[in-house]
Ligand binder design. Structure first.
Ligand code: NAD
Length: 330
């Protein structure tokens, strides 16, 4: 089978080549867009990433070029028009879960690095400045952590932080009973979570109800100096309003692995460019903001799983079988 993989970054090449070694695989660094869709001509299937464009016009072009299968190398599928895919007879499958541990561990890494000011300390020591002034952190033990969303990732974060001796609060319309049985975790409403937490971490999907849930009004309820961590989706946070709260000290520190305008910025080397995004530019001026470029998932184990499940989905289709990971039209 001929497969074209768009947005195939160097870090995943070896995993994709190994998992799809039975097929004719073309790895392209470029994103799938209306400008690049022609590169899929003659392929039976395309494999795409979260930053690729799966809108109706792109899908129509893919179908005209003979593509019949869209293998998503992600759990999220809000970048693909599923109704259009169904109408066009394009099958779509995803990787529903790769490594919740990878994202949970990166979340905790952001918390610890911000709390103990590791980036500042490292830069200082490299400069032969061994003073400790300005590096005071706080004990995690005994602090209250508010976890919004206690699904696969949020529950792993809860388990890790329970080992630190933290008090755990959760906000989720669905109560995770097995987590509650295992840990001391209290389900509360969002306002209580905001009011009582020393650290707030987000682990829920982006939807019309969750968009901008972190805004000037919800931040009003928070403790002064609260730490905010977002490894879920950028638009859960109103970034401009968070900048205002960082300026007053209401938000004490902010760790972000995702950004609402990340499509044109993250995953690429822009070191030779003039930064056009004034919001990111302002965030980069704060010592108490730590930004990573959507890398929470980036572990060896997660990449093996993403490549392996992508190959499984495609192999099911090659054998005329349906994969349990196929998505139906919207
Ligand atoms: P999941 O589906 O297992 O859990 C999500 C939880 O959020 C569920 O328990 C659900 O009930 C809850 N929820 C839904 N809407 C809510 C709302 N409005 N308020 C409160 N809770 C709500 O998902 P998961 O695998 O734990 O993933 C969580 C998020 O992590 C994903 O939505 C995705 O955006 C993000 N993610 C990020 C990366 C990364 O590399 N940074 C990688 C994978 C996933």
């Amino acid at each position: 089978m001929k497969i074209t993989a768009f947005s195939a970054h160097k870090f995943e090449h070896s995993y994709l080549k190994e998992a799809l070694s039975d097929h004719e695989l073309k790895l392209l660094e470029v994103r799938l867009t209306m400008d690049t869709v022609d590169l899929a001509a003659g392929s039976d299937a395309v494999a795409i990433f979260v930053t690729d464009n799966g809108s109706r016009p792109v899908l129509e072009k893919l179908q005209q070029f003979g593509v019949k299968y869209l293998a998503l190398r992600s759990a999220g599928f809000n970048h693909v028009d599923l109704s259009a895919a169904e109408e066009l007879g394009l099958k779509v499958a995803r990787v529903p879960e790769y490594s919740p541990a990878a994202i949970a561990e990166h979340t905790v890494a952001l918390m610890l690095a911000l709390n103990r000011k590791l980036v500042k300390a490292h830069n200082r020591v490299r400069d032969l400045n061994f003073s400790l002034d300005g590096l005071v952190g706080f004990d995690m033990e005994g602090k209250t952590i508010g976890i919004a969303g206690t699904g696969k990732i949020g529950s792993k974060v809860a388990k890790t932080l329970s080992g630190f001796g933290c008090r755990l609060l959760a906000y989720d319309p669905y109560i995770n009973e097995s987590l509650k049985a295992e840990l001391e975790i209290e389900y509360v409403d969002f306002k209580t979570l905001c009011t009582e937490s020393d650290i707030i971490t987000l682990h829920l999907p982006l939807s019309s109800s969750s968009q901008y849930m972190i805004n000037s009004s919800s931040m009003e309820d928070m403790k002064k100096g609260v730490m905010l961590i977002n490894t879920s989706r950028g638009a859960l946070v109103n970034t401009k309003e968070v900048i205002e709260a960082l300026k007053t000290g209401k938000i004490g520190s902010f760790g972000m692995d995702v950004y609402e305008e990340e499509e044109d910025l993250f995953f690429e080397d822009h070191s030779e460019d003039i930064l056009q995004d004034d919001v990111i530019a302002r965030l980069l001026t704060f010592q108490n903001v730590l930004i990573t470029s959507h890398q929470a998932f980036l572990t060896k184990e997660a990449l093996e799983k993403i490549a392996g499940v992508t190959a499984f989905n495609l192999n099911c289709w090659a054998k005329n079988e349906s994969s349990p990971h196929e998505l139906k039209g919207g």
